[in-house]
Design a protein around this ligand. Structure first.
Ligand code: HEC
Length: 486
């Protein structure tokens, strides 16, 4: 019975010894014992101030799960996909750790935007906290860069195709485009060099940058103090703000620990619980289909955080190419950096800044709408597709005509284009006969491949032959039409 207290005693004494010899007292006073405005520490408004610390703690969790994964992952195109499959099925808790890492990443993306929206809406980026915001913007982009590079490490069709689309986009930038593309792909095309580069960025370069910047960010937050909740009609006064804030904290402030700290730790506990719950319920993400150069036609489905942007690329009218692909990404970063410098004074309360509220609301609605579009149209089968009109089939042989009808009836056309109509969930079959032999096509239909269902049980006698006849006739027909164009 006395063993436990004795062990605890030893632990406390060891902790005390390190605290003393390493001289941790000033750091402890700085990070833990500082005072914060009473309206945060002793009020329910404190709940609005918990997102930043949660980000730091989820990041630490990502370092732990990420390090574990890096022990088993093989960053080479020939092995990456298999090594993830191996982690999923053979390694003890491997699939669960992958799931934790994926949902942890999702949590970071959500939290980073929530945190940013809160700071923006309460005007906390204004004097004297401009630099807090600017380091925060860098952290936002690094977080997204982690999400983006991590997606390629999965080395499945969606991950590879997503980066391919992004690289092609970068290639369109005026002047520097080809160089940027070269920088991302580490060569002319996607391959082993690309994967090595993304691996190095994802496990070394970006995490180190995040750690450094997060340290600076936290230092600035504590040094400049947590912003007091805004009051309408009290604009920031640069001449008097600092002295007022210090006096305000000294006279009526509350201690960060434990008054605000317990809220932050309660929220972190909640975030961890959600990540665990999702990882447990849904398991690891992918790896999906093996990347296949023959499938470049299929639109990639990037991870949810980038889906909105791919939907935008997909739906924008061609006239807006330059705006969406070049100017939007190029302008967002400097605009965010300049924001606190341009608006460092003035009112902080959201009730006095309708444009700020409008901007956040619009951004959220745009994101939600585009994500909904991305989830729905074109990425999934098109169930509305109409049969090919008789007129187009007038000179087709009997079996190809039967095949055309079956192609629609049996649902091939939900996912495939032939004769210029159909869904684009699967590849356009117009040129499949150029790439694949008749047997290879037949095998894919009968056995299924990737997301393509097997039709062995579904097709009746002679139906496979009819469909094959149609696919080949449609391919020839398309080619003949193109060839006879003036
Ligand atoms: C639910 C959507 C879906 C349906 C329904 C579907 N396919 Fe597919 N099909 C796909 C996808 C996705 C692929 C690509 C899979 C891969 O390569 O991993 C594919 C691949 C193919 C290929 C290989 C094409 C190539 O160029 O590599 C052929 C041929 C094909 N399907 C024919 C058919 C036929 C015929 C039918 C109906 C009997 C059909 N599919 C029904 C989704 C579908």
């Amino acid at each position: 019975m006395t063993r436990l207290p004795r062990a605890l005693g030893l632990l406390t004494r060891t902790g005390g010894w390190i605290y003393d010899r390493a001289g941790l007292a000033p750091l402890h006073r700085f990070l833990v014992e500082h005072r914060i405005p009473r309206e945060v520490g002793r009020s329910r408004k404190g709940w609005f101030y918990v997102f930043g610390q949660a980000l730091a703690f989820v990041f630490v969790a990502q370092l732990v799960t990420g390090s574990a994964l890096a022990m088993k992952y093989i960053p080479s195109p020939g092995h990456a996909w298999e090594s993830l499959q191996f982690i999923n099925t053979e390694v003890l808790w491997g699939g669960f750790v992958r799931a934790l890492h994926y949902f942890g990443a999702s949590a970071m993306v959500v939290l980073v935007f929530v945190h940013m929206a809160r700071v923006f809406l309460t005007g906390s980026y204004k004097f004297p906290r401009e630099l807090n915001w600017i380091t925060g913007v860098a952290l936002l982009f690094l977080t997204l860069a982690m999400a983006f590079t991590g997606q390629l490490l999965r080395w499945d069709h969606d991950g590879v195709a997503t980066v391919e689309v992004a690289a092609t986009m970068l290639g369109r930038f005026p002047l520097v485009g080809p160089h940027l593309m070269d920088l991302v792909l580490a060569g002319d095309t996607m391959g082993g060099a690309t994967l090595s580069r993304f691996f190095a960025l994802h496990v070394i370069v970006f995490p180190l940058l995040i750690m450094g910047l997060m340290g600076v960010h936290i230092y600035l937050v504590v040094r400049n103090g947590i912003s007091e909740p805004p009051r309408a009609g009290v604009p920031v006064d640069r001449a008097t703000y600092r002295s007022w804030y210090q006096r305000h904290k000294a006279e009526s402030g509350s201690l960060f620990w434990p008054y605000q700290a317990w809220r932050e730790f309660a929220f972190i506990g909640l975030v961890y619980a959600v990540i665990f719950g999702l990882a447990f319920a849904y398991g690891p993400k992918g790896p999906g289909l093996v990347p296949d150069p023959a499938m470049v036609e299929v639109v990639p489905r990037p991870d949810w955080y980038f889906l909105w942007y791919y939907a935008l690329i997909w739906y924008k009218p061609p006239a807006l190419d330059a705006l969406v692909l070049v100017w939007l990404p190029v302008l967002v970063f400097p605009l965010l950096v300049l924001l606190p410098l341009l608006f460092s004074g003035g009112e902080r309360a959201p009730s006095r800044r309708p444009w700020a509220v409008f901007a956040v609301g619009t951004a959220f609605l745009l994101w939600a709408t585009l994500t909904a579009f991305g989830l729905r149209a074109h990425w999934i089968p098109d169930f509305e597709t109409e049969p090919v009109p008789e007129a187009l089939l007038s000179d087709a042989p009997e079996d190809a005509r039967l095949g055309a009808a079956l192609f629609h009836e049996r649902g091939c056309q939900y996912c495939h284009v032939a004769m210029g109509r159909g869904g684009i969930y699967g590849p356009d079959l117009t040129d499949s006969p150029l790439r694949l032999s008749r047997e290879e096509i037949a095998v894919r239909i009968v056995m299924g491949i990737g997301n393509m269902p097997a039709y062995q049980e579904i097709l009746g006698p002679g139906e496979l032959e009819a469909i094959l006849a149609y696919i080949h006739w449609a391919a020839e027909h398309g080619v003949r039409q193109q060839g006879s164009d003036p």
